[in-house]
Design a protein around this ligand. Structure first.
Ligand SMILES: NC(=O)c1ccc[n+]([C@@H]2O[C@H](COP(=O)([O-])OP(=O)(O)OC[C@H]3O[C@@H](n4cnc5c(N)ncnc54)[C@H](O)[C@@H]3O)[C@@H](O)[C@H]2O)c1
Ligand SMILES: [Zn+2]
Ligand SMILES: [Zn+2]
Length: 399
């Protein structure tokens, strides 16, 4: 094999599908006997990729994008013990070693192994994080395979549900982690900021955890409709009524037990400010509507430096937060990447046993070819309600 067709970054809103070298079992000059090469079965476009697309995360020109990967093992290093050629596997988006202190303490979101990333204690495919090449490609290298990969035991059964299971590499565990960190449990009232794919997965996760009422807020009516059609409560943030009043109309009181920020640093304001970027918009709305003693999970991404910020403070990751309000309400806050390995097996079982039969509909899964990926990015950027799933080998189309 000589080439690998891939989605390659060339600059802001400039992605091209090009042939790059086929991956080897090596990275940054080191041979990796613990790695595998996967034939990519499905690879999704994520809101995190959109931050790159819009020029808000820097990645080197020529880098292959994509971190939401499901694939089939086609090559293995000599030290891989638990995988076999032909296995269908889900890849957690976090590159993590499974050997360092954080990984051993189930914190694969902050792997501190310098080979994974010497510059920061985290790793992921397809970002500027020590060059791990992305999975929006025909083939991809995955290190630490025995630790990283989650194998689907029944390949045919998994392929039947691949439109749901493709979400296991990132956003379903991420949305679920947001809910778990926010303390969602049977009977909870939950407010989720953001009806993008992560917010919709968080809504599904909250329902799975037994929440009594799940309310999702956004200013995108098409995305909200996907949720209301599946029986979730929604609030349209273009409405000038304060969010507390809109929540009170649903619940009879203006506050919820648990909040999830599924928006991140490219947030908009609410009401009259719904068309304006306001990096603290989602967080401050959550500080307002989560009750005293409640908790908030923040899977939405915030950055230490933003190359195209709305103001100087945002450029350095400094937000204008209602911190005093949040502190006096004694609200707990969880931040950071989601440790996908902590949830992927359980959520796979929940899908296989039909615990979320509405999932692919709420997610509005749209399968596209590799060549259609730049178009998928452009549509997602404009607020499309679809979750785009790239099918590099036509395996989903065939299944
Ligand atoms: N922590 C993790 O491990 C992890 C994993 C995956 C994605 N993410 C991040 O999660 C975030 C959401 O991802 P996505 O794919 O759903 O992205 P997305 O951009 O499609 O969705 C964000 C939604 O938030 C809405 N929004 C904007 N301002 C708002 C506000 N103030 N209140 C409520 N809604 C508002 C937007 O209209 C949009 O529909 C992104 O920042 C992404 O990078 C984090
Ligand atoms: Zn993602
Ligand atoms: Zn580690």
């Amino acid at each position: 094999m000589s080439g690998n067709r891939s989605v390659v970054y060339h600059g802001t809103r400039d992605l091209r599908v090009e042939t790059v070298p086929y991956p080897k079992l090596e990275h940054n000059g080191r041979k990796l006997e613990h790695a595998v090469i996967l034939k990519v079965v499905s690879t999704n476009i994520c809101g995190s990729d959109q931050h790159i697309y819009r020029g808000r995360f820097i990645v080197p020109q020529g880098h292959v994008l994509g971190h939401e990967i499901t694939g089939e093992v086609v090559e293995m290093g000599a030290d891989v013990e638990l995988m076999s050629i032909g296995d269908l596997v889900s890849v957690p988006f976090n590159v993590a070693c499974g050997r360092c202190r954080n990984c051993k303490e189930a914190r694969s979101d902050v792997c501190e192994n310098d080979f994974v990333n010497p510059d920061a204690d985290l790793g992921a495919f397809g970002f500027d994080l020590k060059g791990w090449s992305g999975g929006q490609a025909e083939y991809v290298l995955v290190p630490y395979a025995d630790y990283m990969l989650m194998k689907f035991n029944d390949k045919a059964q998994a392929m039947e549900k691949i439109r749901d299971l493709t979400l296991i590499s990132d956003i379903l565990p991420t949305g679920f982690h947001g809910c778990v960190s926010a303390g969602v449990k049977p009977g909870s009232h939950v407010y989720i900021a953001g009806a993008g794919p992560v917010g919709r997965c968080a809504a599904a996760g909250a329902r799975l955890l037994g929440a009594a009422c799940v309310i999702v807020g956004d200013q995108n009516p098409e995305r909200l409709k996907l949720l209301s059609d599946a029986g979730f409560e929604t609030v349209d943030l273009r409405n000038s009524a304060p969010l507390r009043d809109q929540i009170a109309q649903i619940l009879g009181r203006p506050e919820v037990d648990c909040g999830v920020d599924a928006v991140g640093f490219e947030a908009h304001g609410l009401g009259d400010e719904a068309g304006t970027e306001l990096p603290h918009g989602a967080l401050n709305s959550l500080f307002d509507v989560v009750r005293a003693g409640g908790a908030i999970g923040v899977p939405g991404i915030y950055v230490g430096s933003d190359p195209d910020p709305v103001d100087k403070d945002a450029g350095n990751g400094r937000l204008h937060l209602d911190w005093g309000k949040m502190w006096t309400k004694s609200i707990r806050l969880m931040t950071g990447m989601a440790p996908v390995t902590n949830y992927n097996r359980h959520l796979t079982e929940a899908i296989l046993w039909d615990r979320m039969p509405y999932l692919s509909k709420v997610m509005s899964i749209e399968v596209i070819t590799l060549d259609q990926a730049p178009d998928g990015y452009a549509k997602f950027d404009k607020g499309s309600p679809s979750k785009f799933v790239i099918d590099p080998h036509g395996l989903l189309a065939a299944s």
